[in-house]
Ligand binder design. Structure first.
Ligand SMILES: [Zn+2]
Length: 384
């Protein structure tokens, strides 16, 4: 991560760069703000800049030995502390036990949140935490001499998730830091970090990303994306709305784009199924079942729940009840012709069949069978 890769945040970047040039290096900073605005990206760019041996005017060089190690986040004087989930079976109890995954995760995109990280390590149902045992690790690492850099840098992601015993040890380290040590605490809830730590850190509140930088970044994301659907789409029409809804969080913006992409795919599939069912086109119904089976379980479930909603919406559409209608433009376009087929005689059965199919997918029934069976039932029901 370089300063030049950060989305927006001109003022904060400038402040960090200037402080390095002025030789003003606070030994502990609290970088705070909501998720998805680039706090980790800023911390990484700052750490890289600080360690770079051929620092440029406003960014690290990218080619010195230090920068090369930063490319893999494997610089021996760069340390990370972050919430993890203990796994006794796999003997994972300290951050370093997850270091490989952590580097991979952070390198793939420094705009992330705790859920994303816990998902990545397959612990989505557990609470992540920085355990008491981590404090020994922190002390051990900081008592090491700096190997290659002038500074040892410790990035603590989400200090609010720290066990009290660990927070107290960290406080001691921040109060009497070993020489040439820099702590970068990245917090979404600085008020939940013990007050004594807060008061001993230089506060760096980070604002949401400005709209213009966000719009620019989204344009680049979609154009640069590998997804074929994205290429053919013009994001500018919906971009403004996404920028508005994202509220300065790049993470949220990406989520919104992915959701709208998924909705589009769902609608396409829905239309195709309804056409096949109407025509009782067995050959295509079978082919569609094959495609459906290849979607993966989460997508399959999300589609079936979408299809259930579409039935409900079409029923209301037919009754001309716009106030309880939530169809977007494309959906409404299809529903104009389709809605007459969803009526009092079949709406409940259609919705029930879709819900049943969702439960079957949930309990691992063969998706081809579930889907084909569902198609046959819909084919009968929509003629009622
Ligand atoms: Zn460099």
């Amino acid at each position: 991560m370089f300063f030049k890769n950060i989305i927006g945040q001109q003022e904060t970047k400038h402040r960090l760069i200037q402080s390095v040039k002025d030789g003003y290096i606070p030994h502990a900073r609290m970088i705070s703000g909501p998720e998805g605005i680039g706090k980790m990206a800023l911390a990484l760019a700052y750490a890289r800049y600080l360690s770079c041996t051929q620092r440029g005017e406003d960014d690290a060089c990218g080619i010195c030995p230090s920068c090369i190690k930063y490319n893999k986040l494997s610089h021996p004087d760069l340390h990370f502390v972050y919430p993890i989930v203990k796994n006794d079976k796999k003997k994972k109890e300290i951050c370093d036990d997850y270091l490989k995954e952590w580097r991979q995760f952070v390198l793939q995109n420094p705009y992330f949140n705790l859920n994303g990280w816990l998902n990545f390590i397959g612990a989505e149902n557990s609470q992540g935490m920085i355990y008491a045992k981590e404090s020994d690790e922190i002390i051990r690492k900081l008592n090491l001499k700096a190997y290659e850099s002038e500074y040892k840098i410790m990035i603590v992601w989400l200090p609010e998730k720290m066990h009290e015993a660990c927070a107290n040890k960290l406080l001691k380290m921040i109060e009497e830091p070993p020489a040439k040590t820099v702590f970068l605490l990245i917090s979404e809830n600085p008020d939940r970090v013990i007050g004594t730590i807060q008061s001993r850190t230089q506060s760096l509140p980070v604002p949401p990303i400005d709209d213009e930088s966000m719009a620019q970044a989204l344009q680049n994301t979609v154009i640069g994306s590998e997804a074929p659907q994205a290429h053919s789409r013009d994001i500018s029409s919906e971009s403004q709305e996404i920028v508005h809804l994202a509220n300065g969080s790049y993470l949220k913006a990406i989520e919104l784009i992915e959701n709208s992409e998924e909705m589009r795919q769902h609608l396409e599939l829905f239309i195709s199924i309804m056409r096949n069912c109407w025509k009782k086109d067995l050959k295509n119904m079978r082919a569609e079942a094959e495609n459906f089976a290849g979607l993966g379980r989460e997508k399959q479930k999300s589609f079936l729940s979408y299809a259930g909603n579409m039935m409900r919406e079409n029923f209301f559409y037919r009754l001309s009840m716009p106030e309880i209608n939530y169809l977007n433009q494309e959906e409404a376009g299809f529903s104009k012709n389709f809605s007459p087929y969803v009526n009092e005689n079949n709406v409940i059965d259609l919705i029930n069949e879709l819900a049943l199919a969702e439960r079957h997918i949930e309990s691992n029934v063969n998706p081809r069978m579930v889907f084909f069976d569902l198609s046959m039932k819909i084919a009968v029901l929509i003629k009622k």
